[in-house]
Design a protein. Structure first.
Length: 508
């Protein structure tokens, strides 16, 4: 017999419980709690990023404080990296004792060359020139961008507690959870690469994928399949064929009837698509996912008035400081620091060409959580958001985006009671057959790193954009182990990391 469920909405609720239980991890952990201060001023460094072994991290609060759980499995070669815009990065061995107070050293910009210019402009005048020259400096409107896109998701379970209240399934108890599921790793990695043409006017987007791949955590995927098999076997032994389930969480309850297979449920199929399997079952899934991700990144380009980085269009909301003059490639640029003086979210450094007042580069970082939601035991916080934009002049003698890096840190939490009750309307007497109840307290941090390298930007006609039909047939190659020869036929993508290093280090 197979266990059956009803519809997508029901499976989501069941999946919540199963995923919670599945992710339970019994481990020894080191709790790092410290405070980050400016070495010169001794003031807290708000928003500093603390990254463990390049995989997951947290941000310092307004007092410079942070708490991070470090789990077993790390080696002496792994590092704890602490960084913030305007400071030297601090690197510590992850296995060493971490002091209760850590200091970041402000960067000192040294000029090796004396620059002479007859342009004695104030910061306000420079920014006004930037705004006035946006249309003449940048390729705007409908464009075709040949690009390489990489997304890396690092998921970490910060804490997980399952307090069993009641279970009539003799095989499913606290011992089952600890013994069966302690093998599940607390970290998982998901990695996507796409080579294609992205058509956009900042608000409308179309994507033609030429080639793509996905790399996912083989251990987690294999264990998940085994766990579902074990769980279904247990339920098959204990659950009547014509039963239905009542799923309760606090004040909410949902009913699940018997007309759809647990394994063949549509929600599970969609979940497996997302994990890198059976994309052929939904050819639009991968295309839509990546178009949306790239589109959000392009919508935040600094010459878009709706960008989160609004220091050009709303300069009165920021405090600016001229740091220096600096060379970027063959261009001489103003180096200007900006900090919000009110409710804005980002601080950063912008580099502006002294000749034509084009923004060549901007490095930015949020100074407070962008969004925080707590409702009925569920919590969500956009904790960290930082990145870099680099612009270069093309053959059309206008600037276009060359490189974007964006790293986002999101924290999820659930603290709710959960109850699953099996009922059977065809059984004489009591309808309730089995019951499983537990309190679930779960927290997870997801660090997502987006990188976009644009090889060429061309202006396109609006009609051509509207008539463009996306290629929905190109599906990613799924890897459990990365094949370095996958991009061999595409010479541009082979130089992806090398080109990023060149662009990011092109400051003199």
């Amino acid at each position: 017999m197979k266990l059956h469920f009803l519809g997508k909405r029901t499976y989501v609720r069941v999946s919540l419980f199963l995923c919670f239980v599945m992710s339970f991890w019994v481990t020894e952990a080191q709790i790092i709690s410290s405070k980050i201060l400016d070495k010169a001023t001794k003031q807290p460094v708000y928003g500093a990023t603390i990254l463990a072994a390049n995989q997951y991290g947290v941000s310092a609060d307004q007092n410079g404080r942070f708490t991070l759980e470090i789990n077993r499995g790390y080696t002496a070669t792994d590092s704890l990296r602490i960084s913030s815009i305007g400071y030297e990065e601090l690197t510590l061995a992850i296995t060493q004792k971490i002091d209760s107070v850590l200091y970041l050293i402000p960067k000192v910009e040294d000029l090796n060359t004396v620059f002479i210019s007859n342009k004695k402009l104030s910061i306000e005048e420079v920014l006004e020139q930037v705004k006035n020259n946006l249309d003449s400096n940048y390729v705007k409107g409908f464009t075709k961008n040949e690009l390489f896109f990489r997304q890396s998701d690092n998921n970490h379970t910060d804490y997980f507690q399952v307090d069993f209240k009641k279970s009539s399934f003799k095989e499913i108890d606290e011992k089952f959870v600890k013994n069966e599921l302690s093998k599940v790793p607390k970290r998982s990695v998901f990695h996507t690469e796409v080579l294609g043409d992205f058509h956009s006017d900042l608000n409308k987007h179309k994507l033609n994928i030429k080639k793509a791949n996905k790399l996912y955590d083989i251990y987690g995927e294999d264990y998940l399949a085994g766990f579902y098999a074990t769980l279904e076997n247990i339920l098959n032994k204990n659950v009547k064929k014509d039963s239905y389930f009542k799923i309760k969480s606090g004040l909410f309850s949902f009913k699940a009837d018997a007309d759809q297979s647990f394994i063949d449920n549509e929600e599970l199929i969609d979940m497996r698509n997302e994990m890198g399997k059976n994309d052929e079952a939904n050819e639009n899934f991968f295309l839509n996912l990546n178009r949306k991700a790239i589109g959000k990144i392009f919508e935040n380009l600094i010459y878009n008035e709706d960008s989160k980085l609004n220091f050009i269009f709303k300069p009165s909301r920021y405090d600016f400081k001229m740091l220096d003059f600096i060379e970027i490639g063959d261009d001489l640029a103003y180096q200007i620091k900006f900090d919000p003086n009110g409710s804005e979210d980002f601080k950063g450094i912008v580099y502006i060409n002294m000749d034509d007042f084009a923004v060549l580069r901007v490095d930015y970082q949020n100074i407070k959580p962008l969004r925080s939601i707590k409702l009925l035991g569920f919590s969500y916080k956009e904790q960290g958001y930082k990145g870099t934009m680099i612009f270069e002049k093309g053959n059309h003698q206008k600037y276009s985006i060359k490189f974007i890096e964006n790293t986002q840190t999101k924290v999820y939490g659930i603290d709710r009671p959960l109850k699953i009750i099996e009922k059977n309307k065809n059984t004489k007497g009591r309808r309730k057959q089995n019951e499983l109840a537990a309190d679930v307290n779960f927290g997870s941090t997801v660090v997502t790193d987006y990188k976009v390298l644009v090889y060429e930007t061309l202006k396109v006609d609006e009609n051509k954009f509207e008539n463009l039909i996306e290629n929905k047939k190109e599906q990613p190659k799924n890897w459990k182990k990365y094949d370095p020869n996958f991009w061999k036929a595409y010479s541009k993508s082979l130089n992806f990391d090398e080109e990023i290093r060149r662009l990011k280090s092109n400051l003199y």
